[in-house]
Ligand binder design. Sequence first.
Ligand code: URA
Length: 241
Amino acid sequence: MERLDKVLSNLGYGTRKEIKALAKEGLIEVDNKIVKDSGMKVNPDDMEIKISGEVINYRKYIYLIMNKPDGIVSATFDNYDETVIDLLEPEHQAFKPFPVGRLDKDTVGLLLLTNDGELNHRLISPKWHVDKVYYAEIDKTLDQNDVQKFKAGITLDDGYKCLPAELKILESNENGSRVEVTIQEGKFHQVKRMFNSIGKNVVYLKRIKFGPIDYDFNLEEGEYRELSEAEVESLKNPKCS
Ligand code: URA
């Protein structure tokens, strides 16, 4: 059981003081009874809570998919730059979500955000082998030799040997290459450093898949939506990914 005002403020319905005022006005109902004491203990899983006649959508966790734009930092706070959290509506910020793994400031594309710490841990831990797929543009030619190097495990500048990765060449000529890279870990600047290790540079990077979740073409850069229940289930069940 939790205090009604705490449940509602966590869901973004206002501060505890504001919720107290709503209750005093008779605008809050629990199981169809007007509740004037906002400190009442409730079980939001079992009880129906209404504000101004509307049933609240109670959930403890939220799961968001964002199409991250260039120039935005994927952190919860930054001294200088706008963060992905700044792009969220207050009703979603109220859940205190954080990005699942990081994308660089100049990397775009699929970013998941949640306040579910356990799922976050599973999704970013290399132990669970969750595929992260990136579309990348590279400044130089690539060939099957490079594909083999990725498969064997690239050694980064700090001596770390990456897990085997898949490099799919979509197009390659003397002007550069377009590729898809699949990795199961998320070291700092990993994809860029993998290419640096073979003497090439990433000039554009976009994440297009995270486990079972695909890039959503309906989201403009900077837009986001909640994942459906089926999508959340597919993330929680690693066999599906
Ligand atoms: N690899 C990178 O180099 N940057 C990212 O943002 C993600 C993966």
